[in-house]
Design a protein around this ligand. Sequence first.
Ligand code: SF4
Length: 465
Amino acid sequence: MTQDTSVAQPSPATSAPKIGFVSLGCPKALTDSELILTQLRAEGYDTSKTFAGADLVIVNTCGFIDDAVKESLDTIGEALAENGKVIVTGCLGAKAGDAGGNLVKQMHPSVLAVTGPHATNEVMDAVHLHVPKPHDPFVDLVPAQGIKLTPKHYAYLKISEGCNHRCSFCIIPSMRGDLVSRPIGDVLGEAQRLFEAGVKELLVISQDTSAYGVDVKYRTGFWDGKPVKTRLFDLAEKLGDLAEKHGAWVRMHYVYPYPHVDEILPMMASGRVLPYLDVPFQHSHPDVLKRMKRPANGEKNLERLLRWREACPEIVVRSTFIAGFPGETEAEFEHLLQFMREARIDRAGCFAYSPVEGATANDLPGMLPAEVREERRARFMQVAEEVSAAKLRERVGATMQVLVDSAPALGRKGGVGRTYADAPEIDGVVKLLPPEKASKTLKVGEFTKARIVGTQGHDLIGQPV
Ligand code: SF4
């Protein structure tokens, strides 16, 4: 049995997080320790010779004979007493206790994570959760926030992949599989890096944002050393905190109208999360929604939406719809137009139904001729545009916060920006007039206040103030 309390190199003059490392056990355990230490060094972590001087301690244990078990448990106890943040790996980590659970957790319930032997990836995941990976601009090939294809001041944050629904017109689940939620610690870590890199607007995306965490039964993860549940409410709350700290916006996309979405409305009303919801309704008539096999098709969407507007009057709702779905009757389509008028959807897009290879909707009876589908789309868009134009006109006279997307010559000739009501690429913009005051400049990625003086199609005209 060997014991090697860290192989620390002299610490460079950086603030790299320090990991204490105790390696117990046989040569196989020693090679596991080497792999973990190599990975730690490759990622820029430093090592600490003492428990007290470390940000976190890893104990690689042995569980072969009773003495080895005792030595491992004692070492974990010492590390907990002197440091408090301990990850356990190795053979003892795989051993069951008397009561059938995990022995290490039974004896030391406050350890942060326990893995079996040969588990470098799991150990590194646990390290990342509790002591985020340091970024060294001279060594890392990619910036801390990763490679982004968006302008520097906004970024998309993907919180999950795949989808558990089987909408009859969609083949995404067959391509991307069932819902897999990213661990909440990873998602929040990425959000923090993006904000630290200067992102002023974070756009939360997935196939079904409301379902975040369903696949992992809303498992408790860790962020900033504290437990956080993998679910929409907690995510919105923490992202709201981070955004507030960095003077930035958080915008939610692809939110299905489940009852629990009501819980995030107060956060929107208070401005922690933008009062903007991208809800893909697709239709309003319950029978069409059933044929579409839409999630939340039993929900009373109009009532829910009106309640959201009561809780947060400034809420802006964007949605997409399909006109001419197989079997759609004129009465069902009229229902959709009436829904548009009553729900006053601020921003609506509409597709004429078109069959997608492999989608089950292709087998539904009642496929409508292409001209009917197209004609309904056009009628829908006429109503949608009337609603949207009327809502835009209500903005005239208001002074709004605008995030500047473009401002040649520091905005002396004006620029282009967006309010909370406009997601990039899909909604309208605010066309900014040249500032009246010579001292006022506009800069890309910064906020300015603008007095709304008119509308132009889907856009607003704003005078920077
Ligand atoms: S359309 Fe339906 S099945 Fe397709 S990704 Fe969205 S919720 Fe999932």
